[in-house]
Design a binder for this molecule. Structure first.
Ligand code: HEM
Length: 511
């Protein structure tokens, strides 16, 4: 019977039924979602956002022209500057095509504030971050949203109190090891390499209670270098995933697979060991020992996957970031003897003593130099969120970009911290110059955002600033002079964070 009916329906009949169904679906959509959108647009006075003028059919369909340009610029280590000039020369918010999607890109502080804070619940991380980072870093604070993120944040937050972060003796140990790797006679050294080792050593000690000890001569962890290199390679691959929406994953990459496995195993072995020795750890809790993040987490959970995910997420946040901040700063200091001399004068006021936490926090010029370094070379130079419902951003619409803008559900909204930090209307005509003195009067709001803002603001901000200031001060106490040892201009080395493309090759002198 059923077969007879199907056999009797003609192709035009099937097409007619399909057309009617599609029409019903469309009418339903117009009456529900469409009506709601028109209401939002009208009530908020939204105007259309300016669209990037893509070239050629492939450009218009898939953003092929801008993607090609971005790849070329990334190869030359100038992606962020190229994007600033291309996207924000004429406007501060723009819609651009990328593969099959339209992205909104903005450098309007009001929009960034809405995305990260006032309309926090209208935006999420999006699936790409989870797909890209999840396989190695698991489900942790960086890779989760909603309740799962709230849980991670609540678990991690207590580990960053002033008491834990302010114990400078931990940093001093690592500085002493760092100093053994820096020639005293001006022989060339790549400080960036050393900073990456230093922050990996200090972060693994703080997080796992077992340092990679790459700088501790004679006591290096046998897998320390391998772990560190694997970490760098895998995060470099992840940056490529973000740029290509994971199209690069179509190519086989056995090194990435091995390195990912190595990272997971390195962390798992330490965690399994800590779980097995839990009783001893608890017994030793009363004794004076360095603060260890893993041991604190063990009080809340003993699930190996949760522990590994949270630890690797925080390691990701804490290692490259502080090393990159130090690298950008010393790259600049080597080229600015005037700034070096002013820093030296302030550091000399310590009379050669290692600084206390309070003394360090009152060193104004140190703070200005770090602020300025993070302004011009923000370690997280760009970021994005995806709208999880239809919403409105306060500016970016209309020909002058000053009207509110409608953002449909599922739209990626990217914000370029790099470009926002270089806006002349906020930072002055000399915005592109490295000028720590501007911080004497500068009190920026959402236009200065090295550590993000809103509920997902960086948890480790104070940790990072404390470690970076301490290392900087101690290096200035040990060396009177610094010289650049390459004449290459600054360029990018982009993993999940931004470091210096050519490294920081300098000579340091004690006299
Ligand atoms: C100069 C150094 C640092 C900079 C510039 C920096 C910047 C940032 C930024 C921009 C975010 C937001 C990422 C996003 O939401 O997409 C972030 C988040 C985070 N940072 Fe940092 N960070 C630094 C150092 C650190 C350190 C040393 C730690 C820990 C040891 C840390 C821990 C975290 C954590 C756990 C988050 C996730 C917060 C959340 O999603 O709730 N950061 N950081």
């Amino acid at each position: 019977m059923a077969n007879n009916i199907i056999a009797n329906i003609s192709v035009p009949g099937i097409l007619a039924v399909a057309a009617v169904l599609l029409l019903i679906k469309r009418v339903y959509w117009e009456l529900t979602v469409g009506a709601n959108r028109r209401r939002l647009i009208k009530e908020n006075g939204c105007k259309p956002v300016k669209k990037y003028a893509h070239k050629g059919v492939l450009g218009k369909l898939f953003g092929y022209d801008t993607m090609k340009q971005s790849f070329q610029a990334a190869k030359q280590g100038r992606l962020h500057e190229m994007s600033r000039l291309r996207n924000f020369d004429q406007q501060t918010t723009i819609q651009i095509r990328n593969l099959n999607r339209d992205f909104i890109l903005t450098i309007e502080p009001e929009n960034v504030k809405a995305v990260l804070s006032t309309k926090f619940n209208d935006f999420g991380l999006g699936g790409l971050r989870v797909k890209t980072m999840g396989p190695v870093f698991g489900t942790g604070i960086f890779t989760s949203d909603g309740k799962s993120w709230e849980h991670s944040r609540a678990m991690i937050r207590p580990n960053f109190t002033r008491q834990q972060v302010g114990d400078l003796s931990i940093y001093e140990d690592h500085v002493q090891h760092l100093l053994t790797h820096i020639p005293k006679n001006g022989q060339t050294v790549n400080l960036q390499d050393l900073f990456f080792k230093l922050t990996m050593d200090s972060a693994t000690e703080f997080l796992f209670g077992k340092s990679t000890n790459m700088l501790k001569k004679g006591q290096e962890h046998p897998d320390g270098d391998r772990f560190s290199d694997a970490f760098t390679y895998v995060t470099e691959c992840m940056a490529m995933d973000f740029r290509t929406a994971q199209l690069n994953r179509l190519l086989s990459d056995p090194k990435r697979k091995d390195d990912s496995e190595f990272i997971r195993k390195f962390a798992t072995d330490i965690i399994d060991d800590a779980i097995a020795n839990r009783k001893d750890i608890e017994k030793g809790a009363g004794e004076k020992q360095n603060y260890i993040f893993l041991y604190e987490l063990l009080k809340v959970t003993n699930d190996p996957y949760t522990l590994r995910s949270e630890l690797l997420n925080v390691l990701l946040a804490g290692r490259d970031t502080t090393a990159s901040l130090l690298s950008h700063t010393f790259h600049q200091l080597a080229r600015r003897p005037d700034v070096w001399a002013k820093l030296q004068a302030e550091v000399d006021e310590l009379g050669g003593q290692t600084p206390s936490y309070e003394a360090m926090k009152s060193m104004k010029y140190v703070k200005w130099v770090i602020n300025e370094s993070l302004r011009l070379w923000p370690v997280v130079p760009g970021n994005n969120r995806i709208s999880v419902r239809d919403t409105v951003l306060p500016v970016g619409g209309g020909p002058d970009g000053k009207s509110p803008m409608f953002v449909p559900k599922g739209t990626p909204v990217g914000y370029s911290v790099w470009s926002m930090h270089r806006r002349k209307d906020f930072f002055g005509e000399d915005a592109l110059e490295f000028k720590p003195e501007r911080w004497e009067t500068l009190r920026p709001g959402w236009e200065y955002l090295p550590f993000n803002g809103g509920p997902r603001i960086c948890i480790g901000q104070n940790f990072a600033l404390t470690e970076a200031s301490y290392v900087m001060i101690r290096l200035l106490q040990n060396f009177r002079r610094i010289e650049p040892r390459d004449d290459k201009p600054w360029s990018e080395f982009q993993t999940l964070t931004l470091a210096v493309g050519n490294g920081v090759h300098v000579g340091l002198y004690q006299e």
